[in-house]
Design a binder for this molecule. Structure first.
Ligand SMILES: NC(=O)c1ccc[n+]([C@@H]2O[C@H](COP(=O)([O-])OP(=O)(O)OC[C@H]3O[C@@H](n4cnc5c(N)ncnc54)[C@H](O)[C@@H]3O)[C@@H](O)[C@H]2O)c1
Length: 316
């Protein structure tokens, strides 16, 4: 089985490459390193079943062998990153997806797209089921991400209809864990890195807004099961346990033993107040549900960031 993982040097991609190699697949990671790091793949570097190709998906695809499967994980995913690269983000989800779909048609490959809970915008329905159509701004500060993911879902549906290829769409809810860049800008990595460095934890708004946090191993298990399934509609993969940002900050401070204070800043425009997946479909279709608690996941993630941040300090 030859599998292409776009965005393979990023957070989700690197965890996925490790899993697929462990499962015995031949894996090609394709990444332009805009937000990813080749060091995320250091453990796979010498494995003959693994190759990293540095390439921008916003250009024509490089030479590749015949593919059996494609996981499309290339896209900036943290708000500061996709806002820094708005056009690139729109294009990699639109044109990049189209290129990969053409390739899937050519090779008869099965294609999985990493969509997002952001397709639901600032949701009016709770929890969000896959048939909820969302409450999204097409011109707001998150639009380059939300709308390009929505477009990609529509494009995939059209390709599956016209060419009969096998497609999968996973709507990922907030996920955290090892291989997420320390300066990625998402809340779990922010809090942990700030706590380890003894800097104030940046809290937007009152901290009463909630999120449901999923540990990355649970996400990867859900993605692999979805790829192996025969279901082509979108499927939520996330952890439905909801925590307020203040609860998260308190846990991080307790687990790191940090004396950092919490600094309150205004809530960014369009920041969703609540988001929580309804995972009935994933449970029924895939027999999947999250297994790792926030406490367990934070402990593993803090250990990872300690090594990253201390490595950084040692390197000066
Ligand atoms: N992590 C989450 O909580 C989450 C939530 C919802 C959706 N997702 C989706 O999962 C996927 C992976 O996200 P992540 O958290 O790993 O983000 P990430 O930024 O860590 O990884 C994305 C990777 O894609 C690469 N990339 C971006 N544009 C590219 C291009 N034009 N050509 C080649 N490579 C490119 C980056 O260099 C990076 O390695 C994304 O599609 C994202 O939208 C993630």
């Amino acid at each position: 089985m030859t599998t292409l993982v776009t965005g393979g040097a990023g957070f989700v991609g690197a965890n996925l490459c490790e899993r697929l190699i462990a499962d015995g697949e031949t894996v090609i990671a394709l990444d332009n390193l805009v937000t990813g790091r080749a060091s995320n793949l250091a453990a796979l570097e010498s494995n003959p079943a693994f190759t990293l190709i540095t390439h921008d998906l916003n250009e024509e695809l490089p030479e590749l062998p015949r593919l059996d499967r494609i996981y499309h994980c290339a896209s900036p995913a943290s708000p500061p990153e996709y806002q820094k690269f708005p056009i690139e983000t729109l294009l990699v989800n639109a044109e990049g997806t189209r290129r990969l779909l053409d390739r899937a048609v050519e090779d008869g490959a099965r294609f999985l797209f990493t969509s997002t809970s952001e397709v639901y915008g600032d949701p009016l329905d709770h929890p969000q089921r896959e048939d909820y159509r969302g409450h999204v701004s097409s011109t707001g500060p998150r639009s380059m991400y939300d709308e390009s993911k929505r477009y990609a879902e529509a494009l995939i549906t059209a390709y599956a209809g016209r060419y009969g290829i096998e497609t999968r769409i996973v709507r990922i809810f907030n996920t955290y864990g090892p291989h997420m860049a320390p300066h990625d800008g998402r809340v779990v990595s922010n809090f942990i890195v700030q706590a380890i460095k003894g800097e104030p934890l940046t809290m937007y708004g009152t901290g009463q807004q909630t999120r449901s946090f999923q540990y990355v191993d649970d996400l990867i298990e859900g993605m692999v099961r979805l790829m192996n399934s025969s279901y082509s509609g979108p499927v939520n993969i996330g952890n439905p346990n909801e925590f307020t940002m203040l609860e998260l900050a308190t846990k991080v401070l307790a687990k790191t033993g940090s004396q950092s204070e919490i600094e309150f800043l205004p809530l960014p425009v369009d920041d969703p107040n609540r988001r929580r997946p309804d995972i009935t479909l994933a449970k029924t279709l895939l027999g999947w549900e999250p297994r790792v608690s926030l406490d367990e996941g934070l402990t593993k993630t803090i250990a990872y960031y300690r090594s990253q941040v201390l490595g950084e300090v040692a390197a000066g």
